[in-house]
Structure formats: C-alpha cells, structure tokens
Write a protein that binds this ligand. Sequence first.
Ligand code: CA
Length: 338
Amino acid sequence: MSKRFVRPSRPARAQAGVAIVTALLIVMLAATLASFLLAQQSEALTRLERSNERGQLLLHANTTLDWARSALLAQQRNSTYVSLNQPWAQGLVAQPMETATASGVLVDAQSRFNLNNLVGSDGKRRDADVEVFSRLLTQLQLDPSLADAVVDWIDADNQVSGTRGAENDYYWSQRKPWRAANRALVQVDELARVRGITPEVLAKLRPYVTALPLRTSDQAGQGSADQIRTRVNVNTASKEVLSALLPGQSTNVIEDIIRLREMPYANLADLKERSKGLPPGLVDQFLDTRSSFFEATLAITGQHSQIRQSALLRLSGSNTGAAAANAGWPFIIWTRDL
Ligand SMILES: [Ca+2]
C-alpha cells in the first residue's frame, strides 16, 4: 500500500502562511534590532574615541604649556631684559605631535596696564595709576570715568567714587543682584560685572589691560606696598599704553621710543639716554625693561576636536643677575579653557 500524499486542508495551509510571515517579521525585527544595536555601539565607540582623544589632547596641552615655560626659563637665564625680538615671542607654530598639532603664543602680560595697580595693598586707590588708566580709556575712545567704577570694584571700602563709580548699593539694586568684589581682580573677564563695562567696552579694553596677582612672599622680599605694583615693559608695550603712561609726550616721541627699541632697551638708564627729554620721574615710576608675567594661549587640534587654553605664568625668583641664572621653572598662576 503506497503512502498517499495528503494535501493539507485549507486552514492548515493558512496556518503555515501565518507562521512564515511571523518568522519573516521576527527576522526583520531582529535585523532592525541588530542594526540599531550596531549603530548604538558605533556611536558609543565614537564617543569613547572622542573622549580618549580629549584625554590625549589634554596631555598634549600640558606638554605645550611646558614648552612655553621652558622658553621663558631660557629667556630669563639668557637675558637681563625682555623684548619682542627674543625667541619666546616667536611662539610655537603648528608643531605636529603624535596624533595632534599644537600651536601656542606667548604675550608679555607686562606690556599691558595692570588693573590691580589701581588699588594699593592697603585697599586704597592709587591716584597716579588711576590717572594712567583714565588716559588709556580716553586713548581708546572710552569714557574715562569708567576708571572710578573699576577702582570701586577692587578697593576695600564701600564708598562710591565720583558720579560713575559703583559699590554694593548699585549691584544689589540690579535685577539679578551681586556684590562688588572689593579685592584684586583674578582675571580681566571679571570686568564684565563692573558698572558700565559692556561686552563692547571689554572687547576694546582687553588687548591693553591685564590683572596680575599681588606678589606672594616668595618674591616680595622686603614687602613694602610699592613692591607689589607692577611696571610696564617699554620694550613690549603698545603705543596706546605708552601714551597713557607718558602724558604730554607727542605721538612722534612715542613712535620714536617704539622705533628705537628695534635694538631693545637694556635698562631704564639706556632708555633715558636714547630718549632724552622723557621725564625721568615718570620713567622710574611706571616703566621697566623686564617682565615677570606672561600669558600663554595654546591650541591643540586632534582629528575630531580641538582644545584651547590660556594660562598666566610668572617667572620664579629674580630676573636679573646670578639669581636669574639659577632660576627655577616658571609658576603657573592659573589655566583656563577658552
Ligand atoms: Ca569697593
């Protein structure tokens, strides 16, 4: 008896059809799920790659900052003055590293007006420096009375200076109130909180001002109030800052000072000798041919991202004589991401 092929009944065929469709759906779902998981995994890998890269770039940033510090240390050991034709001022141009490119610029912070000079270590305004800052504001076509608001922000008291100054009463009355700092600035950006300093004013001021910390005991030595004032380096300062420091001097005199420094001024006696007619009192009070503070700006560029940082550096110890020859690694006062 031969076996007969039994044709499945209609409902059975329909069931098989449903089973096939279900199987297909499951396969499709699995495929979708797999590709979704793959996409997620690759996104996670990319994220991991990027965070690995960021870690790498941060390491390169440290190395680049060390390059800046070594350039400054070499400068300090090799020269008794600081000028723009020295190697530190050339910067670091697109240096290829293992997986990134590093570049950096060093700026002499003492080429700028130090806002913390406005107030002495006794917490009181220093009139001579306030006058310099007012003249600098005028040079930049800004309101000179902004100086009063900056002084009030830094000085210890709560007494409003002039008509444009501001202390806590003014800041407390703002829609989102804050307090006057009543201490030295740590960074120039703090000016954004000072009365009258709009983003436009800050952008105009920024290339000409700096905020240098009060010297700490390791280098203040005898520690009189005057020692913590910083002076401006005549070898690196801009025309605007020099004009503010030397009132009554014509544009020609200021331009001559800048032209003659192609052969840098070795010291203040050299400046007085070559620029006769400069008031010696002002020269001694405001100018110098050395600098202890520098600002480094770094950019480290990887395949997917870039890190930009700036840092304030201070030479360690003295910058003249035998002490300079044995100087240690420059200090990092602060670093920040840009
Ligand atoms: Ca104050």
